[in-house]
Design a protein around this ligand. Structure first.
Ligand code: MG
Length: 541
């Protein structure tokens, strides 16, 4: 196989929620029609893959992650026809599309759950996880501590308790039931036929957990991942699965297998240590996290991100480090959530300092893996802490300084969520149209950086090695393939530092890819002066 066939190693992924991106019919809710109108803007950023958050019919009590029909488009967002039209246009612009596969649970309004509750003899009863008695551990293991009270809820209709790892309106599917596995394959097959290039697997560790199930004790739960992968590969050879799996590094092997399970995992640990390093202005945490990242199969790839539609989860840091990160990035109680995370976007967390925002994005684009950008981050959008839970970071895209941020011309009260209006991050101050016209804007920097990233594909597809620089504030690394070599150097501190790059390979010239300067190292001295929060991407030529 030629390496180019592994497109996910060259992917630059842009994640968005249709309902908050662009409203095409002016009812106040984003939709596929609006999204299709804005595809050129996504493509012009340098993105080659769009990840759509759930758009299926839903009661929408968990941002669409509560699904009542896996084979449709929620009426508020358009029709299946609009979806196909969107797919066609995305492909015309050279962008792949991956979609959320949310099969750990359904909505309690899904017809399967209705049938299960109404008739214990129905085949749908065993689609879910039941208990006659209230299990002893019913009050443990909540995903949303402080919001969710239990993981088991009594159904009056069924006369039994059902398991729900998430909210009580999201009963867990029984993965060990072959009929459920068959349903999952059918759902995947359906969307593959409509042209998607793969799936972001929601809550992967919970999807395969066997808690509360009567599965035989020797069941290998990771086997399910292999079976889904086999099905996927039969149906569409180059389709991928990207898992949301915030798991310890010693479990990573189970998810990638020997290249026969999942293709991609979000690197949650690296994400948390990136923020810790930024907070402490000390790259040694990042270096440790990179050293502790296990080798993965050749076909495997890490998804590298800064922010997403959920909280910034800091649960894998030590208590002391987490408190320090809270203090710096989200000191007020209403900025924190679930005792483990921060419900803010990147720019507010970094005090809207353009140097630090670019530094963080530069790290995301050069750490080994494929970057995943959350919509709005390309213009440095803020958050709305007056909204509950994770809605704070799910406000409408700020397109322009016109009414409702150019997102919709509906009356303001009809908007899916209010647009941000505060003086610093409000849409009059932070919007796509203004930044498009301003060469010094974050948007222009992101476009340049993403184009540069496309030219430095070694960061995604190459081998990786840390470079010793004898300076704890600086992270330096190199990535290479048979065809080329690039380096990235980041100064996390607010002070200028001088470093010496210590590496073995012979170097005549270094081209500064972002700055377009040529360095000629003197006698192998390889000395560099890094400005405060400075970064360099260097191509060896
Ligand atoms: Mg609409």
């Amino acid at each position: 196989m030629l390496s180019r066939d592994m497109w996910h190693k060259y992917a630059i992924i842009y994640s968005l929620d249709v309902e908050t991106f662009m409203d095409g019919n002016n009812d106040g809710i984003g939709d596929f029609k609006g999204l299709s109108q804005r595809l050129e803007t996504i493509a012009s950023l340098g993105v080659n893959c769009i990840w759509l958050l759930p758009f299926y019919p839903t009661p929408n009590r968990d941002n669409g992650y509560d699904i009542k029909d896996y084979y449709g488009v929620d009426g508020r967002l358009g029709t299946l026809g609009d979806f196909v039209e969107f797919m066609h246009q995305a492909q015309e612009l050279g962008m792949r599309v991956i979609i959320d596969l949310v099969v750990n649970h359904t909505s309690n309004e899904h017809p399967w759950f209705h049938s299960a509750q109404e008739d214990p003899d129905s085949k749908y009863y065993d689609y879910y996880v039941w208990s006659e008695e209230k299990p002893e551990d019913a009050d443990e293991g909540m995903v949303f501590p402080g919001v969710q009270e239990s993981t088991w809820t009594y159904s009056e209709k069924a006369g039994a308790w059902y398991f729900h790892r998430f909210y009580k309106h999201q009963p867990d599917l029984n993965i060990s039931n072959p009929d459920v596995q068959e349903e999952i394959r059918k759902i995947m097959g359906f969307w593959l036929e409509l042209g998607v290039s793969g799936f972001r697997i929601d809550a992967a560790p919970f999807l395969i957990e066997l808690r509360g199930l009567d599965a035989p004790k020797d069941t290998d739960k990771y086997q399910y991942l292999k079976e889904f992968r086999q099905f996927l590969s039969w149906r569409k050879g180059n389709a991928i699965m990207l898992a949301e799996a915030n798991v310890p590094m010693d479990k990573v092997d189970e998810y990638f297998g020997d290249g026969n399970k999942l293709h991609m995992l979000f690197h949650f640990m690296l994400n948390q240590y990136t923020f810790l390093s930024l907070v402490r202005q000390d790259a040694s945490y990042l270096r440790e996290a990179l050293k502790n990242t296990p080798d993965i199969p050749n076909i495997g790839q890490w998804a590298i991100f800064l922010r997403n539609h959920d909280e910034l989860d800091l649960g894998r840091l030590s208590k002391e480090h987490r408190e320090e990160a809270f203090e710096e990035l989200g000191p007020k109680e209403n900025m924190q959530i679930y005792h483990r995370g921060i419900r803010r976007r990147l720019a507010p967390m970094l005090d809207n300092d353009p140097r630090r925002i670019k530094l963080a994005n530069s790290l995301m684009l050069t750490l080994p893996g494929s970057p995943v950008i959350y919509y709005g981050e390309e213009i440095g959008m803020g958050d709305d802490l007056s909204l509950s839970g994770r809605s704070s970071v799910r406000t409408p895209m700020q397109w322009s300084s016109r009414k409702n941020a150019g997102f919709s011309s509906a009356p303001e009260d009809n908007l899916i969520r209010p647009v941000i209006k505060d003086s610093e991050f409000g849409y009059k101050n932070v919007n796509y149209a203004d930044q498009s016209r301003d060469e010094d804007s974050l948007l222009h920097w992101m476009r340049r950086a993403l184009r540069a990233r496309q030219e430095c594909e070694e960061f995604g597809a190459g081998n990786f090695e840390l470079i010793d620089v004898q300076e704890s504030a600086v992270l330096a690394h190199r990535c290479w393939t048979d065809e080329g070599e690039v380096m990235a150097i980041h100064n996390l501190s607010d002070k200028e530092v001088s470093i010496t790059l210590n590496f073995d390979s012979k170097v005549d010239h270094l081209l500064d890819v972002l700055g377009n300067k040529l360095y000629k190292p003197e006698d192998g001295a390889r000395k560099l002066t890094m400005e405060a929060y400075g970064y360099h991407w260097l191509r060896v030529i």
